[in-house]
Design a binder for this molecule. Structure first.
Ligand code: SDX
Length: 428
């Protein structure tokens, strides 16, 4: 493979370095393109062909359906370690020793208290507010209560901000859900594990003792691991670009949460369940919805299907589909929605429209079925995605800052009006 690429423009040839990653991905380094060609740039809406950075955190191969965090296969991590170990791995680059993991968890517990004044902000939201909007606002508001977490130049400040947000986010999530449900807020119990504590804060009731269900603990732990990072997706790119202006970690995460909210991204898990429920209410007529998904005049898309990068099965979807069967069996739940999902998947995988476009189930297709079985309200599904993605966003933000990446500022190709004379209002 040549280590340069030649571009010819108007008869002039320009050479640019070719870079190759540790998994043999090849890219043309165009960082000098504009300077060397007297102003020529590239244009790539949606960045489908453009790498925004070099990163050592997550590798995925969309053609082969491979996903690895710091070199470890997602299948191994989902089965063999817990979410906090995965968070440590993503953020600091190595799986923790037992001592490192215990200290990490202790430091997170020490930071899990949330300023009581946050409740005044939470109370200001109407009950009908979508939880993603509430969580994005509360995450940004955390900056006001933790000003030292704004500019984290030192490793010590960075670590403090990391354990702070990992400690406080589950509280904000649980409080947001309980506020919508009219339930009193639960402050958690630091004697519990990280995931057990999330479940207790979400589901405890003041008039009874909360009993942990190991099926729910394992299911949530696995789901959080599977959502933990996914290289330069929309919300992660948002966190990076906001952080590149040296905005604080919490402000950057708040922006990422807003990006994740969209139904084409993390909001798809809520949209999938609403779609499956609509199909169920419509008598289970999956063929009608398949036809709608293929009809270009119909804005309807088969939510939970397709992916910008995966042109094969999303490895996470395979694990979640298996877990959905297991969780519903262990909970003794027979949810017809799961059968509708499986029927839809089978039809789509045999339909030329989907096969030709390499549209497979993605991470969002089955996850909502497990959240629903756990008793999590549909509007909270994307918030659960955000808790899972938190370590990935943090890891990517930290990498961007440690590598001293420049402020993100893309160029454009202008297609508007060329220069024209001003016309006073009397003559318009
Ligand atoms: C996530 O990037 C990540 O890594 C994201 C994520 C992560 O972990 O961070 O994996 C999480 O966001 C998963 C994706 C969740 N979104 C959905 O499930 C929403 C439904 N899917 C689509 O909207 C779509 O597949 C996207 C947004 C996911 C990807 O869109 P692309 O890459 O921009 O592809 P496209 O829209 O150009 O589609 C290519 C073709 C088009 O048809 P043609 O113009 O070629 O005829 O496929 C069609 C599309 O119309 N198509 C679909 C479809 N997805 C794509 N047709 C029907 N139903 C669908 N779901």
């Amino acid at each position: 493979m040549a280590n340069t690429a030649t571009i010819e423009i108007d008869g002039n040839k320009y050479e640019f370095p070719v870079v190759k990653g540790s998994e043999n991905e090849v890219a043309i380094d165009i960082s000098k393109l504009r300077a060397n060609t007297n102003g020529v740039i590239t244009v790539d809406p949606g960045f489908k062909n453009t790498g925004s950075c070099e990163s050592g955190i997550t590798f995925l191969d969309g053609e082969k359906g491979i996903l690895r965090y710091r070199g470890y296969a997602i299948e191994d991590l989902a089965d063999k370690v817990d979410f906090l170990e995965v968070a440590y791995l993503l953020i600091f680059g190595e799986l923790p020793t037992k001592e490192q993991n215990d200290k990490f968890h202790d430091d997170i517990k020490a930071e899990s208290a949330v300023d009581e004044d946050i409740k005044k902000i939470l109370d200001a939201f109407p009950k009908a507010a979508h939880p993603m909007g509430v969580i994005s606002s509360l995450t940004s508001a955390l900056t006001a209560f933790n000003p030292s977490s704004v500019d984290v130049d030192s490793e010590a400040d960075m670590y403090k901000s990391v354990v702070r947000i990992l400690g406080k986010m589950p509280v904000l999530v649980a409080w947001t859900m309980r506020k919508k449900q009219g339930q009193p807020l639960d402050y958690g119990d630091n004697s519990l594990g990280y995931v057990e504590n999330i479940l207790k804060m979400m589901f405890s009731r003041p008039n009874s003792c909360y009993v942990q269900n190991p099926v729910l603990v394992d299911a949530l732990d696995k789901l959080l691991i599977l959502h933990a990072d996914h290289e330069q997706n929309c919300s992660t790119s948002t966190v990076r670009i906001v952080g590149s202006s040296h905005a604080g970690l919490f402000a950057s995460l708040s922006a990422g949460i807003s990006a994740l909210w969209g139904p084409l991204h993390g909001g798809a898990n809520q949209a999938v369940l609403e779609m499956l429920q609509a199909i169920q209410e419509d008598g289970g007529d999956t063929k009608k919805y398949m036809a709608k998904a293929k009809d270009k005049s119909d804005p309807f898309r088969l939510m939970g299907f397709g992916h910008r990068v995966y042109k094969n099965f999303d490895p996470r979807a395979k694990i979640i589909k298996k877990a959905a069967d297991q969780v519903l069996h262990d909970l003794g739940i027979n949810d017809p929605i799961l059968e509708i999902a499986k029927g839809l998947e089978k039809e789509a995988l045999e339909d030329p429209y989907f096969v030709d476009r390499k549209l497979y189930p993605n991470v969002d297709f089955y996850s909502g079925i497990i959240y629903r079985a756990m008793g999590i309200p549909t509007e909270m599904f994307t918030v659960m995605f955000a808790i899972g993605r938190l370590p990935g966003w943090i890891a990517q933000w930290r990498e961007m800052r440690l590598r001293k990446e420049p402020i993100g500022r893309p160029r454009q190709v202008y297609i508007g009006a060329t220069e024209r004379k001003f016309v006073p209002v009397e003559e318009r």
